[in-house]
Design a binder for this molecule. Structure first.
Ligand SMILES: Nc1nc2c(ncn2[C@@H]2O[C@H](COP(=O)(O)OP(=O)(O)O)[C@@H](O)[C@H]2O)c(=O)[nH]1
Ligand SMILES: [Mg+2]
Length: 76
């Protein structure tokens, strides 16, 4: 029997600010859903993108990234 199993996964884009996480997400899903900028800390909250390839699906979560000093005002 030849049953193709559907694949599903979640990928979290983690890393320092300004390394291109949001740019990568936009490229993968081919839509500008996450703001990108040369300014640090542009992404303020997690942004979710879904990429579907035939019957397989991946959920990407773009994050604000690691910060050396986390101030409350950078989170709102
Ligand atoms: N030269 C270059 N610049 C990039 C690349 N990816 C992203 N950038 C630029 O780097 C800056 C920060 O990108 P962004 O996606 O906002 O980074 P994030 O903070 O990790 O989400 C933006 O000005 C992007 O246009 C890349 O592969 N090469
Ligand atoms: Mg970002």
């Amino acid at each position: 029997m030849n049953i193709k199993k559907n694949k599903f996964g979640t990928a979290i884009l983690l890393g320092r600010t300004n390394v291109g996480k949001s740019t990568l997400l936009n490229k993968i899903i081919n839509k500008k859903i996450s703001i990108t900028s040369r300014k640090k800390n542009t992404t303020k909250k997690n942004i979710i993108g879904i990429h579907t390839e035939k019957k397989d699906q991946t959920i990407y979560i773009d994050t604000p990234g690691f910060q050396k000093n986390i101030f409350f005002l950078t989170l709102i």
